[in-house]
Design a protein around this ligand. Sequence first.
Ligand code: UT7
Length: 321
Amino acid sequence: MTLRAILAGTGSALPRTRVSNEELARRVDTSDEWIVERTGIRFRHIAEPDETTATLAAAAAKEALAAAGLEPSDIGLIIVATATPDNTFPASATKVQALLGAPDCIAFDVAAVCSGFLYAISVADSMLRTGAAKHALIIGSETFSRILDWEDRTTCVLFGDGAGAVVLSAEEVADDRGILATRLHAEGQYCDMLYVDGGPSTTGTVGHVRMQGREVFRHAVTNLAAVLGEVLADVGLSATDIDWVVPHQANKRIIDATAKKLGLPAERVVLTVDQHANTSAASVPLALDLAVRDGRIRRGDLVVLEAMGGGFTWGAAVLRV
Ligand code: UT7
């Protein structure tokens, strides 16, 4: 028997308001044609003032708890991956804890931008396997619309808001179910290629997203293909063993190019970028929840998650559902 972190449930939440490319084209100098051709994005959800990173996270968490058949009181660890917390502090995870009515537990945020969910599940996996908790809520939640420069067409068309959550449970298993391996990376020398030009300790303001898109694109394909290769090698498997890839949803061209590098057919890649745009740390758990709920991802499937974002940071995980 082996103690592993098992995927016990998934959930997600999207803001009420959905915005099309055509609607954006009325605000900035862009077009549906350009956005679809360069990114694959057609829609994104934008949070209303009453919808925040913490409220979206709590809504996604409630769904994940229900799917796992658990109560908030069963949870011993809450991690929220976000770059857009409700407040500079406290951690959004403690706000989620309060919104769920969960009693005393471990709660903190992880800041690794778009790869935050991968960082969070890797940390949770270690903590669950060393006995810190029995059940953990891992949430990626973002309101990126609040840090976009709505005059900058090179960034504002790319992002959206939302949240995705999973419950991971520590279980003794006789088979290969659960998280089998995770790999994380960071290369801080590229921190100026994708960043927010404000912060509490510098400008005292929240700031806006700035990105050298073409450079990020180039690094993303190389790094994601490499980390997927690493994580599969860790468990002695190859691309042909994968049932589903749930990639970070930044750009359909990045997803296609990465899959091609690995020799993965498009039918095994979960794609939501057309509906959600890039929701940063929320994108992987949002896509995972969608594919679990529509029946594509089933018990026994080998699933690979990957993401890359500001820092640069990137990572991958392989799990048997
Ligand atoms: O989640 C974190 C990771 N982030 C990413 O992975 C994003 C990575 N980067 C990308 O996805 C792509 O680089 C972009 C979608 C951001 C841009 O696509 P691209 O094919 O690399 O375009 P580009 O930046 O080379 O720009 C091409 C042209 C430029 O015009 P000129 O200089 O060729 O005349 C831009 O000004 O497209 C122009 N452009 C636009 N045109 C219409 C840039 N944004 C827009 C726009 N609408 N929204």
